[in-house]
Design a protein around this ligand. Structure first.
Ligand SMILES: [Zn+2]
Length: 302
């Protein structure tokens, strides 16, 4: 018995050390978008920092073990702490630092469902692993529904939730004057999308969201993806077109009575797999998102 506990505790501590190690090696890099906007990368979702006379605004915050490094990088760039933090959605690689930044005094803003899902957490049965409810200090204190405007540092930020795409709490953050948009995980640059069906995601809603953004932006817009390098309108359009083509193919097969296995056996995405399927979402996962996304008119959005 004691021996088992001993071995278990060694195992657990080595797992913890590995997790710490993973973050110990991560460096936070800053890529300049313009004089007052930077994209930060480390491990997790892409961060955008806006600075100016009113203070510092941040979009997404990666994982908790990286908060100190991210704060140091922000201090280096701006000489100040974060005043406002916007989350593009509730996933841990975008909100993991909320508790730390919340404690440091940042006011957190996100879609209603980000707060709802973070406050509730998820059971092992729902999520495959348990996601505990977030502490109050980590929760967004200002939440929005379909849209909100936020006036800061001379910028008119538009926060939009168009449809349930990657999750049911996706926020698109558009810097109207600077012509920069942060897409959160509704855009993976040159990778198949992740549709989190268990968080209310839906490929049909994702396509509608991408259509709305494409209508809003122009050829000069800097498009920040949730993961991957900075893109532009042409990149976003290519991404939308690939998803649209493959969605239509899979839906047609499903309507013709084919199973998910039949879809996979057909090599439905073969021509794109080399360029788009090498990341975290392989063709099999992508096919299941396309196959299992409910029709939009059956989905209630709140
Ligand atoms: Zn995500």
């Amino acid at each position: 018995m004691h021996k088992t506990i001993f071995i278990l505790s060694i195992l657990l501590s080595s797992i913890c050390l590995q997790a710490q190690d993973r973050f110990a090696k991560v460096e936070i890099t800053a890529e300049k978008i313009n004089d007052h906007l930077y994209m930060l990368q480390g491990s997790g979702g892409n961060i955008v920092i806006q600075m100016g006379d009113d203070g510092v605004l941040m979009i997404d915050d990666q994982f908790a073990p990286l908060s100190a490094k991210i704060q140091a990088k922000i201090k280096e760039l701006t000489g100040a702490e974060v005043d406002y933090l916007i989350n593009t959605h509730w996933h841990g690689d975008h909100t993991g630092g909320n508790e730390n930044f919340g404690k440091a005094g940042a006011t957190i803003i996100a879609h209603h469902n980000v707060r709802k899902r973070m406050a509730r957490g998820r059971t092992k049965i729902e999520a495959g692993r348990e996601i505990p409810p977030a502490p109050a200090v980590a929760l967004p204190v200002i939440t929005f529904g379909s849209d909100m405007k936020f006036h800061f540092n001379g910028e008119d930020l538009h926060l939009f939730h168009f449809h349930n795409g990657h999750t049911d709490g996706d926020g698109i953050i558009y810097f109207a004057n600077d012509n920069v948009v942060h897409m959160g995980d509704t855009f993976f640059n040159m990778r198949y999308p992740f549709i989190d069906l268990k968080s209310g995601g839906n490929v049909n809603g994702l396509l509608k969201t991408l259509g709305e953004v494409l209508f809003m932006i122009d050829d000069d817009t800097v498009v920040v993806p949730g993961h991957g390098s900075l893109g532009n309108k042409a990149d976003l359009m290519k991404y939308r077109d690939v998803i649209l083509e493959l969605r239509d193919k899979v839906v047609a097969m499903k309507k013709g009575g084919k199973s998910l296995d039949d879809v996979l056996a057909s090599g439905f995405s073969k021509q794109y797999d080399e360029a788009w399927g090498g990341g975290f979402i392989n063709p099999e996962k992508f096919a299941s998102f396309l196959f299992e996304s409910p029709a939009l008119d059956t989905v209630s959005e709140d």
